[in-house]
Design a binder for this molecule. Sequence first.
Ligand SMILES: Cc1cc2nc3c(=O)[nH]c(=O)nc-3n(C[C@H](O)[C@H](O)[C@H](O)COP(=O)(O)OP(=O)(O)OC[C@H]3O[C@@H](n4cnc5c(N)ncnc54)[C@H](O)[C@@H]3O)c2cc1C
Length: 477
Amino acid sequence: MATLTRPATPRAAAARPRRTVPVGLRSRRDAAVRLAAVVSLWSGLLLVTWWWTAAGGVQELGGWASGLTSAGRLTGLWSSLLLLVQVLLMARVPVLERAFGQDELARVHRLVGFTSFTLMVAHIGLITWGYAAGSLAATPGTLWDLTVTYPGMLLAAAGTVCLVLVVVTSVKAARRRLRYESWHLLHLYAYLGVGLALPHQLWTGTELVSSPGRTVFWWSLWGAAAGAVVVWRVLLPLVRTLRLGLRVEDVVREAPGIVSVHVAGPGLARLRVEAGQFLTWRFLGRDGWTRANPYSLSAAPDGRRLRITVQDVGDGSGSLATLRRGSRVAVEGPYGRLSARARTTRRVALIGAGVGIAPLRALAEGLDYAPGEAALLYRFTDQPLFRAELDELARTRGLQVVPLAGRRRHPDSWLGELLPEGAERYRDVDVVRGWVPDLLDRDVFVCGPAAWAERLRDDLLRAGLPPERLHDETFGW
Ligand SMILES: Cc1cc2nc3c(=O)[nH]c(=O)nc-3n(C[C@H](O)[C@H](O)[C@H](O)COP(=O)(O)OP(=O)(O)OC[C@H]3O[C@@H](n4cnc5c(N)ncnc54)[C@H](O)[C@@H]3O)c2cc1C
């Protein structure tokens, strides 16, 4: 069993010098990728709409039954396209991961997911109604006939059931009642749902085969979505894990219920990972190894070892305290853009709460800044993490450290109660601007529990921080 008592060592001096990229360059490239992604999505939607129009879709709207069928066909095309975009969005495609970051991808994924599902329901309803010659009373019988007689339709019906399951369990009220793993496992049924829909498009619809352009478009999209999942969600993590050869080197107790896990491996020097990023971790050779949990690096990577710092909030995180030295580690990633690549300017403010300080601690070490250019505001209730390391960074790098201690000062606040006298008269943002006057001109990196981060995010944006300067990541609870 690993020792849990060794004090954390300041690692500021261990950071490997990195090739410096001009501040803002990667952020501009990412903005261009985001724009290209949005343009591609809308172009795809326009293209399938144009094909639908060219096939007489608009004229068919003139008749009642033909109009219903035609509208059903269009909603089906939009829904299929968005379903495949969904798969691509969550396939961990590096260029998308870097440009959007996981939080933003998850937000877009949710929006696109609910939209494609609504369109799919509209597709089923409208097309069946149209096939029932526009008679609502005949629609249920027609739905049954279509399902059992048309090729591929039984599979499509099974696919629809899978997608309904995924969407129902993703509605916030239901999501809150489920354990994360159960929800995640159910979510994987979405792949099955999308896969089962393909045969009915091939055999019943004519869209995939009615012209070479359409065939190339749809098959390329299907191929890209399936290929992306196989390459980036399955093969790459497998190959990377084998090449890195990571093993647990040490487990260090940082505070009650919080441990740091140090891992090292011979292939680590080749891993392109930055301070502030996170990986998804599996600690092998023990119960629960099949479940992967995301944890951010809490120290800047130095090419030899990685460190994560984890709070015990459940079975997976709690079990890390008893990890054995030498245990093998499988990882996916690195992911996330809470890193130097999001930076648009030299001056930064890092604002974290609780264990959310972990990636900001790594950023405070890994970012390039001169004394006075970086401030770290740390919200904690009882005991700060990394006190010695932050003091060291303040001393050696000129990091401005502002502790925001104590309980919340009021229910809507994201600050602690231990603030300068008279602070209660001011908004949270204005109190902070007392310490960091140019806060709204800096890049602000935020990390912490979801509700706290949302409050802070709203407050900063309302106070006038440009959205492109706000970079946030939440830990999901
Ligand atoms: C990008 C990211 C970075 C994170 N970095 C850190 C970190 O550096 N240190 C730290 O202590 N915690 C971090 N977390 C939170 C950490 O992943 C969860 O606390 C942990 O996975 C909980 O798992 P569990 O089995 O102990 O608890 P459970 O009881 O299974 O879950 C407790 C809560 O944690 C969340 N959660 C569980 N599993 C996952 C998962 N695979 N992905 C996303 N959320 C999950 C859910 O909201 C759940 O309600 C991070 C989360 C994310 C999304």
